[in-house]
Design a protein. Sequence first.
Length: 144
Amino acid sequence: METNRLKLFRELLQQEIAELLKEQMKTVSVMSSDNERVIDLNDQASVEVEKNYELRIRDRERRLIMKMKEAIQRIDNGTYGICDDCGNEISEKRLMARPVTTQCINCKTEQEKREKVRSIKNRRFLQYGYQESLKKDGGQPPHG
């Protein structure tokens, strides 16, 4: 990939990291200053659900920041835009859509197909495997 394009991706990643960190700081600030007591149990539950939701979002963003930093490291070491699986170049269109990707679209599609098949097999086992084990045990669920 050309140097000027790598520079563009580095800047995009750094801007997004800065934006996410700013949001995290806002969340920390709001949650640490949010000392209001809620008397009604329903209101208290709603507040806790909202806080939990916010924390889950921030955790996902934290993991995304780590991926972005790894992408910047790949830019630095010259491996950015190269598929980890097949070694082919990842299209710039895909990198613009998902700058942290490490797989070309073909390898990612294949991975998702394998995951889908594995998920279907797991569901079938849980559905039919458990029922078969019940038949072998005389229809009685396991004790425990």
